[in-house]
Design a protein around this ligand. Structure first.
Ligand code: FAD
Ligand code: DLZ
Ligand code: SF4
Length: 512
């Protein structure tokens, strides 16, 4: 009996578990571009081009490798609009009743297939996604009996399990985490290599035209698409990173520079998250760069921690906590997302630059996402539902399993401290130290109060004051609360007045 193997748009790896035991003589792969996936948020146009073009290239590769593939395009008039209904349509047409897929990475889609597996006439088998290095069960085992989950302890276990940068089960260099060496700002005369770009072939050009036409209301400009869409493109991006950027990755990991979101970052998340790269390949290549003396330990450890630590940790947490996690709002934040998150029309230069990079590239690096955009969302008390919707649609690497814990956990503290031990709140001083944004800002970063003062400065204290009830007992916030408590009444009043004035402007849609 033939089996249908369904491959989703973020499962573009030939080693995916759904293709294990594929019988080339009888079985068939189904891949489908569907309205439900294209529209569940208003994805950035560059993400849509990336996903559809990568899917089409992957299907072509599979056909060349001897697999039988049915590929349904978005504009096919027979397209029924969702992955499940396309599966059902296919099974009816071919008289097939056995469907195999790798578990969808997002809860939303997993639930659809799970429910269908209980109710439908089809036999639907969902296999574990073994491209992740910790299974859902592994994470539950890690979490069991712990009062607090912390990435650091999870990461150490993962280092030992995969024997990464270890000597006799101890970390090479004596420390597990070398972040203390990784917080440098970037001097003007350090020029990072240009990020890799790829000319569009016929497939990509067709997809660009389709997205530009059908999704013209979405953020971004499909015609500007220049990212990779095949495994060999992704391999080339990784290779360029390892040879040209990794040695500096550590030092400048937290740095921000006007007009350049790429810096010494790897730019692999687009490819990793849709399956064109797999985590262990990346980790082993980075490790090798350390062992052959090409890159220093602080850079390699810092980079590997992001993938072996953070990426796996947020994914484990997501599955442990869903579906409730998406509704959490520990700080009762309710403010609407300001218009400048869409059009970058703000005098706050750091936000203007980070939103502009995001709109132009569907990319911003971690510190832009966390310490500028996210920091503002936290301090201003923006509603988690609106902030999550924004982050899920603006980045080409965004999938809920990784976006949601980063936003609700790391940025907004909406989970009350499940993911992080304290909110990542900071004043303008941090942004000034790590970037050149403040130099061209109309606000004054050194000024603490008044119309001209950097809004992050008073919003930071107002955030702590406003959320005393939720945060004052947190031992990691002892120092800022002691400082706040020592402030004079006049100072506290000035903070409140400035913040009220700022929020009133936001509410009236005035430019801030
Ligand atoms: P690098 O800085 O070169 O890091 C290497 C890799 O490490 C990344 O490609 C990524 O796979 C992984 N990584 C790094 N940090 C994290 C993290 N916090 N969580 C998970 N993986 C991490 N990453 C996504 O892949 N998709 C998202 O939707 C996403 N949303 C985010 C939202 C917020 C508010 C924040 C603070 C972070 C988010 N991240 C997300 C994590 C991180 O910002 C991106 O992975 C990174 O910027 C991608 O660029 P890069 O490949 O150049 O990363
Ligand atoms: C992101 C995305 C988009 C935009 N479109 C499709 C699609 O048409 N077909 C498909 O199979 N996958 C798509 N994807 C990826 C899915 O949304 C992804 O598989 C789920 O969100 C689970 O992570
Ligand atoms: Fe941002 Fe404040 Fe610096 Fe302006 S002064 S760029 S608002 S941190």
């Amino acid at each position: 009996m033939a089996t249908l193997h369904l491959v989703l748009g973020d499962q573009l790896s030939e080693s995916i578990s759904s293709l294990r035991d594929f019988d080339k003589a009888h079985d068939r792969i189904l891949m489908a571009e569907v309205a439900a996936e294209a529209n569940y948020v208003k994805h950035h146009q560059l993400k849509l081009v990336l996903v559809f073009s990568a899917m089409r290239h992957f299907a072509k590769h599979l056909i060349e490798a001897g697999y039988q593939v049915t590929y349904v395009t978005l504009d096919d008039p027979r397209n029924s609009g969702s992955l499940l209904s396309e599966c059902q349509r296919f099974c009816e047409a071919y008289g097939v009743s056995d469907v195999v897929l790798t578990e969808p990475a997002e809860y939303r889609l997993f639930k659809q297939f799970y429910d269908a597996s209980l109710q439908s006439d089809l036999s639907i088998i969902m296999r574990e996604d073994d491209r992740f290095l910790a299974s859902k069960r592994d994470f539950l085992t890690f979490a069991e009996g712990r009062k607090q989950l912390r990435m650091e302890y999870f990461y150490r276990q993962m280092r030992v399990r995969y024997q990464v940068l270890l000597e006799d089960d101890k970390p090479i260099g004596g420390k597990w985490n070398l972040d203390a060496e990784n917080r440098k700002s970037i001097p003007d005369d350090i020029i990072p290599p240009k990020p890799m770009r790829f000319p569009a072939d016929d497939i990509t050009n067709t997809v660009k035209a389709m997205v530009a036409e059908k999704f013209s209301q979405n953020m971004g400009d499909a015609t500007e698409f220049e990212y990779g869409v095949t495994q060999s493109h992704a391999d080339a991006v990784l290779k360029q990173f390892i040879t040209e950027r990794l040695p500096q990755f550590g030092h400048y990991q937290d740095a921000m520079r006007q007009g350049d979101p790429w810096l010494f970052h790897s730019h692999i998340s687009f490819y990793l998250n849709c399956g064109l790269l797999t985590p262990l390949t990346i980790i082993r290549q980075a490790e090798e760069a350390y062992h052959n003396g090409h890159a220093p330990l602080n850079a390699v450890e810092g980079f590997i921690r992001q993938i072996l630590g953070w990426r796996e940790y947020v994914r484990g947490l997501y599955w442990m906590k869903m579906p409730d996690y998406s509704a959490l709002n520990y700080l009762r934040a309710e403010r609407a997302l300001p218009q400048f998150f869409w059009d970058a029309n703000t005098e706050m230069n750091c936000l203007k630059q980070c939103v502009s990079d995001t709109v132009q590239y569907a990319y911003a690096h971690h510190i832009q996402r966390l310490m500028v955009l996210g920091n503002f969302a936290l301090l201003a008390g923006l509603a988690p539902s609106e902030v999550n919707n924004w982050y899920l649609l603006v980045y080409a690497d965004a999938y809920e399993w990784v976006e949601l814990p980063n936003v609700s956990g790391m940025v907004l503290y909406a989970d009350g401290g499940v993911l992080a031990s304290k909110p990542y709140a900071a004043s303008g001083t941090y942004i000034d130290k790590m970037s050149d944004y403040c130099k061209s800002c109309q606000y004054k970063v050194k000024q603490k109060n008044g119309e001209e003062a950097c809004p992050f400065n008073y919003l930071y204290w107002d955030f702590l004051d406003r959320n005393r009830h939720f945060l004052e007992g947190n031992p990691r916030l002892g120092m800022p609360y002691r400082t706040l408590n020592r402030m004079t009444d006049e100072k506290r009043e000035a903070i409140r007045d400035d913040s009220d004035r700022f929020f009133l402007k936001l509410e009236n849609n005035e430019k801030v």
